[in-house]
Design a protein around this ligand. Structure first.
Ligand SMILES: [Zn+2]
Length: 715
């Protein structure tokens, strides 16, 4: 267990490094509470739900390197987005007409929620208690268009009934057409609400609403349009209308009592392998990651005036932290520029003219270091310092800036658990993997809770034993441990891995929280390199695709595991947050919004039928219902994500590959709004997510077992 840890929330990033663009609150115009506006200290970083002024404002944010965790949603012509930003950036957005509606998570919250969870777990251990009980939080003719009701679903959660509809008009090009849905309940109550137009990549998709609270079960729904169109009356159907088998008495669960760092996860894997020797193999994946390491770096000079960025070629912990760099005046005329390194001091002696005045520029100094000390150092002129006279400066101390003291500074071996009675490839395989994105702290809790449920109950519950007889289960709890270590120790909003491919001015350490590759944009199918949308070539972008397909150890590991075990036919890629359940296609080309090929009718049916079963199993825990509007192909319900892992698993390896976004919005009955939970919620919420989505993964194993049985039956 971690005893001591230094926490800092680096809020120095100068660009918008990440954002989760989300759906709005309720469709009804719930009055916005007239309270003081939300503000942050200028250098504080937080995850904030913001109502943007217009699409153009969103487009500018995206261009500046924003990453999208959820789909941008329009409401009353305004876009609702969850953005990671500094107080200064928020003030700038507010001055340009945006309004902050919810601080989802402050930078310090992650470390506080982590520390709280560890403290509470220790207190329970000390008191001889187990983990807490799972939370019970209840949770056209001219002028006339034709309307088709594509979806009308209702469900009840926490005693509250919700209704969601999706309606398409034939007046696809008219941005002003308004569609209203009228409903009637079994006991005769009626009401109505507006739908909102959804466009993606400039093309009309449909009108829809976020789930609308209604008094009881709706039995009739009709849509009308401002152009005069009226839909058929339909009977809303129950969503997801699938219930998993009841848990037997004594079913064991709740194996998660705190947030888990990669070091904790490593220890958990080791314990499970020891405790359930007959049912577990630990697989070391082939590519070691870079490790929790960075080059040591310093500004030589003052970046506000004139400076050169000097960094070590090797990592800081390889003896380069603490090395000093300086410029000196030789004190004599007509001297050439010189570079020397001795006693851990890099000294640049500036050139002088006939009068003895130093004449070297920043560019001269950077070039000289690169030419004469290339094996040890590399130098870049600070952005804005090009061509300036180089001052006498230093000594400055090179440092990697890493705060974590409990993390081994060496390449990391990513591990998978393999669970099953027959771990020989003879049974159908299921792969669950999590934390491709470092800051999604709840996701390894889901996969580890799932793994331990399967193992513990295999000894006491015949039904679980039978599942592990029939299915070969693979689990990678943390795909991106380096980024996760950085998220826990240095910058909690870190999304990407720790490999810095930036060149030139982008290597300025002021961008340190924006470096890295988005692991889930680094795969080979429908990639940025193939011309698909939703990834970036900008090394500072939240969804930077890397230098090439599979350039990163992390993505290579996922594919290597899947390829090494061709019996894997189902996969779940676990992310947070937002409450989504998705499958391919996950990407489209910008021009014409051409998606990767759609699954066949039969496969689409399998995806949707299985999704309903799994959504039903998730709901069993604390009533969380993943919305029908957020259940479907990635490209339809979220956004285009070029080069994501599920697409490669499906199109290249023929695996039925899904994605979870755990952490569904919570309904606030007091405000009538859906509220976002963020990447690192208070542990009670993360614990709830781990319990409900682990139940979803158990149902995925049943889906795989049933699929294998059906295939065997039909030969
Ligand atoms: Zn993610």
């Amino acid at each position: 267990m971690i005893v001591r840890r230094r926490w800092t929330a680096a809020a120095t990033t100068a660009i918008l490094i990440s954002a989760a663009l989300s759906h709005p609150g309720t469709a009804t115009a719930a009055p916005v509470a007239d309270t003081a506006p939300i503000t942050l200290a200028a250098t504080e970083t937080a995850l904030v739900r913001v109502r943007l002024r217009d699409q153009a404002q969103l487009d500018r944010l995206v261009a500046s390197g924003v990453d999208l965790a959820n789909r941008p949603r329009a409401r009353d012509g305004r876009i609702i987005a969850d953005l990671v930003l500094t107080g200064a950036q928020l003030a700038d957005l507010t001055a340009r007409g945006a309004t902050a509606t919810q601080v989802v998570q402050r930078a310090g919250d992650g470390s506080r929620h982590f520390a709280d969870s560890v403290r509470a777990a220790r207190a329970r251990t000390a008191a001889g208690l187990g983990a807490p009980a799972a939370g019970q939080r209840t949770t056209a003719a001219v002028g006339v268009d034709t309307l088709a009701v594509q979806q009308a679903y209702w469900w009840t959660t926490g005693g509250q009934t919700f209704l969601q509809a999706q309606v398409a008009t034939t007046a696809t090009d008219d941005p002003d057409v308004e569609i209203t849905v009228s409903w009637r309940t079994a006991d005769g109550v009626t009401g109505s609400f507006p739908l909102y137009r959804f466009e993606d990549s400039g093309e009309y998709q449909y009108h829809y609403n976020v789930p609308q609270s209604v008094p009881s079960r709706p039995v009739q729904l009709t849509a009308t349009s401002s152009l005069g169109g009226v839909s058929r009356a339909v009977t809303p159907t129950l969503w997801p209308n699938a219930t998993p088998p009841p848990l037997p008495a004594g079913y064991q669960k709740d194996f998660i009592d705190a947030y888990l760092t990669p070091v904790d996860i490593q220890a958990r894997i080791k314990r499970l392998a020891r405790q359930y020797r007959d049912l577990v193999d630990v697989i070391d994946l082939p590519n070691k990651t870079q490790g929790y390491r960075r080059n040591a770096v310093a500004y030589l000079g003052d970046p506000a005036v004139a400076a050169v960025v000097v960094e070590s070629v090797r990592f800081g912990d390889q003896g380069l932290n603490g090395v000093q760099v300086r410029t000196v005046d030789p004190g004599r005329p007509n001297r050439p520029l010189a570079v020397g390194y001795r006693d851990r001091v890099l000294t640049v002696t500036l050139a002088t003219d006939a009068a003895g005045k130093t004449v070297s520029t920043t560019d001269d100094v950077a070039a000289a270091v690169n030419a004469r000390q290339a094996n040890r150092f590399r130098a870049t002129v600070e952005d804005g310092s090009t061509g300036l006279p180089m001052p006498v400066a230093g000594p400055a101390r090179l440092d990697d800036g890493l705060q974590g003291t409990e993390v081994p500074a060496k390449p990391w071996t990513v591990q998978a658990l393999r669970l099953g009675v027959h771990r020989d490839g003879s049974r159908i395989g299921v792969l669950a993997y999590s934390q491709e994105h470092a800051r999604e702290w709840a996701t390894p809790l889901v996969t580890l809770e799932f793994a331990e449920r399967m193992l513990a109950n295999a000894r006491t519950d015949p039904a679980t034993r039978e599942l592990l007889e029939q299915v070969d289960v693979f689990v990678i709890p943390t795909v991106n441990p380096d980024g996760a270590n950085y998220s826990f120790n240095d910058y909690n909003f870190q999304r990407k891995n720790l490999v810095n491919h930036c060149e030139g001015p982008a290597r300025d350490p002021k961008y340190r929280t924006s470096w890295g590759v988005d692991v889930n944009r680094n795969y080979t199918v429908g990639s940025y390199f193939d011309g698909y949308v939703g990834a970036s070539a900008n090394c500072l972008s939240g969804n930077y695709a890397g230098t090439a397909e599979l350039s990163e150890a992390e993505s290579g590991n996922v594919i290597a595991l899947a390829k090494a075990h061709p019996n894997i036919r189902f996969a779940m890629n676990v992310h947070s947050y937002g409450g989504y359940f998705m499958w391919p296609p996950g990407a489209y080309r910008a021009d014409g919004r051409i998606t990767l090929p759609r699954p066949s009718i039969d496969e689409s049916t399998l995806f949707l039928d299985s999704a309903r079963r799994i959504v039903g199993a998730i709901a069993q825990e604390r009533g969380t219902v993943t919305w029908p509007s957020q259940t479907g192909p990635v490209a339809d319900v979220l956004y285009s994500a070029a080069g994501n892992s599920a697409d490669q698993l499906y199109y290249e390896l023929g695996i039925f590959a899904w994605d979870f976004e755990v952490g569904n919005d919570r309904w606030n009955p007091a405000t009538g709004e859906w509220e976002g939970v963020g990447f690192q919620p208070p542990f009670d919420e993360a614990h709830g997510e781990s319990q409900e989505y682990a139940g979803g993964l158990v149902e995925l194993v049943r889906v795989a077992r049933d699929h294998a049985a059906a295939e065997a039956a039909t030969g």
